[in-house]
Design a protein around this ligand. Sequence first.
Ligand code: ATP
Ligand code: MG
Length: 435
Amino acid sequence: MRLSEYFLPTLKETPAEAQIVSHRLMLRAGLIRQSSAGIYSWLPFGFRVLKKIERIVREEQDAAGCQEMLMPTIQPADLWRESERYDDYGPEMLRITDRHGRDMLYGPTNEEQITDIFRTSVRSYRDLPLILYHIQWKFRDEVRPRFGVMRGREFLMKDSYSFDIDADAAARSYNKMFVAYLRTFERLGLKAIPMRADSGPIGGEKSHEFLILAETGESEVGCHRDFIETDLTDQAIDYDADLQPIVDKFTARYAATDDQRDPEKEKALGDDLVTARGIEVGHIFYFGTKYSKAMNAVVTGPGGDQVPVAMGSYGIGVSRLVGAIIEASHDESGIIWPQPVAPFGVGLINLKADDGNCNEACESIYRRLGDKGIEVLYDDRRERAGVKFAEMDLIGLPRQLIVGPRGLGEGRVELKERKTGERREMTIDAALEAL
Ligand code: ATP
Ligand code: MG
C-alpha cells in the first residue's frame, strides 16, 4: 500500500478527550474515530489490526474443535424472559421495540440465543460434546464508557458456548477453552494470566478471567511472580488428550482479581507476590444447567432419560484487545505492534521522493517484498524526512526500511527495528533477505 493513496488520517495534537495512552494513540495513528460515547468506527488501519486479532482467535478456536457460526445482534426479548435475565440485566441492556410493538434487544451476550438453537436442533447425548462460537458485535449501555475501545458500548466479542452431557464432560470442554485462551493470547504477543473470578450476571460455578498487566488496568490484581517470569505454553497441544495437568499447572499458583484477593495468601507469598493493575481480555464460565433447565434444553441420555445439558460460555474481547495490546506495547514515540497483529509488517520510507534513484530503488523493493507476500506500507510522499520518521514511529510497524540518496550511492539501505530502535546498514539484497 502506498501511503500517498492510503486513508490514514493521523493527528499531530494529542486529543484532549483521551485519558489513557492506547486511546490517544488509536486516535492519533488513525485507527478509529468516535461516533458517539463508547461507539467507534474502525478506519482502514485499525480495521486491519482488528481482523488480524480476529483471525488468530478464530484459528485457535478451530484448533480446539469449536465450530464457527454467526448469530444476529438483535434478539427477541421473549428468550430473555425465559431465563429471567430480561429484568435482571437492567439498564445496561439496549431495549428496542419494532413496528409491531414487539420487544427486542441488542444482544449484550448470547447464552439464550444459542440455548434456543440447541434445544430445537439437538436430541441425543451422542451429538455431544459440542462447542459453537461466533465473533459478533455486542452492545452494553455501560454506565461509564471510557478508555476508547477498552470499555465501549458497542464492542466486538468472540463468544463460545459448550454443551455436554454432564459436569465431568463439561470440565473437559472448559479445559479446552482454558488452554486455547493461553495459546491465543500468547500468539497475540501478550502475557495473559488466568485468575479465579466471580461469575457475575452470567451466573455459575466456575470461572476464570484472563488478564494482562498494564498500568492503566481497571482493577488491582495479585499473582505469583512465576506468572511474570516464566512462559506460558510453547508445546503443541493435543486437544483430545487430558488437559487437566496443564490447567492445574496454571491454577496451582496464586492469581486473583481484586474481588477475589486473599490477604493471608498474599502475605505468605512474601517477595513472590506481584501486585499490579490488570486488563481483562477474556473470561470463561462454567454454569452447568442454569440455562438448559430454565429453557428446557434437554437431550436423551445413555439410559434413555431426558437430561438438561451442562453448559459453559467463553468470551474474548476482540476490540478491547486492540487497546490492550497498545497498552502493553508502546513507547513515547508511538505504538509498537507485535509482529502477528501488525497492520503491515514493514514500513518502507523513501527519504527523497523527488529523486529518480530513490524512487527506482523503492519501487523495486516494494515490488519484491510484495512478491514475497510481505505487507508493506510505502511512504512515497514528498514530505520532510523528520515528518516521515515521526509518523512511521507513531503508527508502529515492527520494521522500517529506510532508503535515502546518500546510502543508496553506496548501494545501501537501513533496516530499523521499531521496538529496539536498532538501525543496521546493509545492501538491498541483504535487507530483503532479513525481512
Ligand atoms: P468487565 O468486567 O470488563 O465489565 P465483563 O466481565 O462484563 O467485563 P464478559 O461478559 O466477561 O465481560 O465479556 C467477555 C469479554 O468481553 C471481557 O473479558 C472483555 O474482554 C470484553 N468486554 C466486556 N465488556 C466490554 C466493553 N464494554 N468494551 C469492550 N470489551 C468488553
Ligand atoms: Mg468478565
